[in-house]
Design a protein around this ligand. Structure first.
Ligand SMILES: NC(=O)c1ccc[n+]([C@@H]2O[C@H](COP(=O)([O-])OP(=O)(O)OC[C@H]3O[C@@H](n4cnc5c(N)ncnc54)[C@H](OP(=O)(O)O)[C@@H]3O)[C@@H](O)[C@H]2O)c1
Length: 303
């Protein structure tokens, strides 16, 4: 077996054509090994690869993956299997917010960081941000089901890693349980001994029904970025279940910080480069590091 320094990791990053994902791919490429930069749009993906090649990173390859497209996922698995025969790092980064947003209107509100992060802005933004059923469903399909289906498909190759694979699910502080007013729902997500993937699925479907029937307030769901928050709560819970099931791997989820990207409508103060640091640290976690944990940037935090 190669020593840690000689060891050239094979990594997959989803949604890596821009934002935090692009920086994760860049920082992993700088750490040696090969990075499979994936994006749902071929043009945008190839443009990202070209930028990295110009920066001198020849160890980055592109593969087209829409995480909501099962054929793309199957095809990626075939590609990794044939080209590398194993996978060492998977970073599930692709994400979307599940909101219809009047971006100009949002920026004009000029909401301060503390009010935004705490969720107290929910009332302020209700005229410029709307949760629709279609957007909420797209958000779940990308953030939760996309992460889960892609991960399950790659698990056999992650199991072949000679150095105990690392899985990093890029989550958000919006998924923290204290933000869910309904105590029963909160406790279900928290009770990891009794929680199942089937129950996570049922909770997500009941959220979607409540969106359809305009019952989010009545049923105690969070009101600030509701679908996004619940999709990340589900990602966090899934991370814990997966870590329990695969004790030989290091599987964690992480809030990368409040970052200036398209997803945050450029309201966040951190650079994407800095936003990539915590996910990359978890992707390169030394042996013996934690698993089944949620990190708020560099620190372990409560689910
Ligand atoms: N920015 C923040 O403040 C913040 C805070 C907490 C967590 N996060 C998390 O960080 C991650 C990256 O977000 P970001 O801020 O870097 O946003 P971003 O710049 O908007 O990047 C999002 C990426 O996800 C991709 N994507 C969306 N749907 C996809 C799909 N179905 N299949 C494949 N790729 C898809 C996008 O591709 P296209 O270019 O094709 O749309 C893009 O590459 C997300 O998981 C997000 O929830 C961000």
């Amino acid at each position: 077996m190669a020593s840690k320094d000689e060891y050239e990791r094979i990594a997959v990053v989803t949604g890596a054509n821009k934002g935090i994902g692009f920086q994760i791919a860049t920082q992993l490429a700088a750490a040696k090994g090969t990075v499979v930069l994936t994006a749902r749009d071929e043009g945008r993906g190839l443009e990202a690869i070209s930028k990295l090649h110009k920066l001198g990173f020849s160890n980055v390859v592109f593969y087209k993956v829409d995480v909501t497209n099962i054929n793309n996922i199957i095809s990626l698995v075939g590609f990794i299997k044939e080209k590398f025969g194993r996978l060492d790092i998977l970073v599930n980064n692709a994400g979307t917010t599940g909101m219809e947003v009047d971006e100009e209107g949002l920026r004009a509100l000029n909401i301060d960081q503390a009010t935004w992060i705490s969720g107290k802005a929910a009332n302020l933004v209700k005229d410029v941000m709307q949760t629709t059923y279609e957007k909420a469903e797209e958000c779940f399909n990308t953030n939760y089901y996309g992460t889960k289906i892609l991960t399950e498909a790659l698990l056999p190759l992650l199991n072949l890693s000679t150095h105990r694979a690392r899985i990093v699910n890029v989550s958000s502080l919006r998924g923290e349980l204290w933000r869910i007013p309904n105590e029963k729902i909160r406790n279900e997500f928290l009770s990891i001994e009794s929680l199942t993937e089937q129950r996570i699925h049922e909770l997500l479907q009941s959220f979607l029904q409540d969106v359809k029937q305009n019952r989010l307030i009545e049923n105690g769901w969070p009101l600030m970025l509701p679908a996004y928050g619940i999709s990340k709560t589900a990602v966090n819970a899934y991370t814990r279940l997966l870590a329990k099931k695969h004790p030989t791997m290091y599987i964690n989820c992480v809030h990368p910080g409040y970052v200036d990207t398209d997803l945050s409508w450029h309201t966040g103060p951190m650079s994407p480069e800095d936003g990539a640091k915590a996910p990359v640290r978890l992707a390169l976690l030394p042996d013996g590091g934690p698993t089944g944990c949620y990190f708020d940037q560099m620190n372990v935090a409560s689910f």
